[in-house]
Ligand binder design. Sequence first.
Ligand SMILES: NC(=O)C1=CN([C@@H]2O[C@H](COP(=O)(O)OP(=O)(O)OC[C@H]3O[C@@H](n4cnc5c(N)ncnc54)[C@H](OP(=O)(O)O)[C@@H]3O)[C@@H](O)[C@H]2O)C=CC1
Ligand SMILES: N[C@@H](CC(=O)OP(=O)(O)O)C(=O)O
Length: 337
Amino acid sequence: MSQALQVAVVGATGLIGRAILDLLAERQFPAKRVCAVDGTEHEGEVVAYGNLELDVQPLDEVSFDNIDLAFFVAGSEVSRQLAPQARAAGATVIDFSSAFRLDEQVPFVVPRINGAGLLAQEDVSLVSVPNCTVTPLAVALNALAANGLSRVTVSTYQSVSGTGQEALEVLADQTTALFGQREVETTVYPKRIAFNLLPRIGEVQGDGGTSEEQSVIDEVRRLLGQPALPVEVTCVRVPVFFGHAWSVNVALSQPLEVERARKLLAANGIHVVDDSQREDGYATPMEVAGSDRIWVSRVRATEAGLAFWLTADNVRVGAALNCVEVAEALLAAGKLR
Ligand SMILES: NC(=O)C1=CN([C@@H]2O[C@H](COP(=O)(O)OP(=O)(O)OC[C@H]3O[C@@H](n4cnc5c(N)ncnc54)[C@H](OP(=O)(O)O)[C@@H]3O)[C@@H](O)[C@H]2O)C=CC1
Ligand SMILES: N[C@@H](CC(=O)OP(=O)(O)O)C(=O)O
C-alpha cells in the first residue's frame, strides 16, 4: 500500500472542501502534504487541517506535478477545466461536481454500492462521485434492491448548505432581519428562504423538471445499474442549515416485510430508528447534522412496497465522506501511486 501521499483539495475554503480536510485528518489519511487550493480571492486565507492551519494556494499558481491525489470540490467549471490537467500530471482525481457523472468512461462511485466495480477498473485516475442528494438515497435503495425496485417516488427537503457557504449567510441574515423587523434581501435564491419553502432547485428544463431532479433520476439509475428504473422526484429547498431529508416511496416486485426491510437497511450501515410508538421516534436533519451515518425512520408498508423517511448530513455523508471513502478504497487496493 502506498503511504505518505501528496494531496490537494481544490475548493478548500468551501463547505465541502473544509469537510474533506476534517475527514482526512480525523480518519488519519496517510498524507505527507496537503495543499489547500482555491480561487485567487481566497489568497491569504487559512483553513484547518486537524490541528494545523493550511495557507490557501491560488488555483492559477498550482502545479499538479507532485500531487498524487486531488479532490475537486469547486464546481463543474473548475473540474472541466483543471481535472484533465491534474490527471495528465499524474494525480488521481476524485471529482465532486456534475462534470463527469454521466460520462460512461468515468467510474461513478459510492464505495458501499459499487466499490468492487471501481477496483475492477483498469483506469481509476478520474473518479466521479454523485450529487449529495443522491448518495444517501441510493445507499438506502440499494439495500432494498434484491426485492426488485420497480418504481421510486421521492420528495426531497434540502438544506441551504447544499447551495454552499453563501446560502448559509442568506438564511441567517434573512432570519435575523425578520426578527428585527428589517427589510429582507433576497439573494442567492429568487424568493425568501427564511420561514419558507422553495419548490425548485436548479434550472428548469423543457419537461418542467429541474436540473437537480434530473440529476437524482440519472444518477440513481446509473448507480443502481437500472437505466430504465422509473424515478419520480420533486426537490424542495427548506430553511434548514445542515442536513437533507427525503420522503421515499418504493414499489417492489417482490413483497418485503417491514421488519426485514429494517434489517436490510441496517445491514447496509444505515441507522434505522425503530421507535414508531414514541412521539419523537424519528430522526430529523437537526439531529443528524454532523453525523457520518444515514438515518431511516418511519419504515412502513404501502400497497406497492414501502415508504420511509431518510435524512443525512449533506455536506459530510452526502458529499465529503463519500469522496474520502473513495480515496480510502483506492489506497487500500494499492491503486494510488
Ligand atoms: N454543499 C453541498 O451539500 C453540495 C455541494 N455541491 C457542489 O459542490 C461544490 C462545492 O460545494 P460547497 O463547498 O458547498 O460550495 P461553496 O460555495 O461553499 O464553496 C465552493 C468553493 O469553490 C470555489 N470556486 C467556485 N467556482 C470557482 C472558480 N470558477 N474558480 C475558483 N474557485 C471557485 C469557491 O470560491 P468563491 O468563494 O470565491 O466562490 C469556494 O471556495 C459546488 O459546485 C456545489 O454546487 C453539490 C452537492 C451538494
Ligand atoms: N445537491 C445540491 C446541488 C448541487 O450543487 O448539485 P451538483 O453537485 O449537481 O452541482 C443541493 O443540495 O443543492
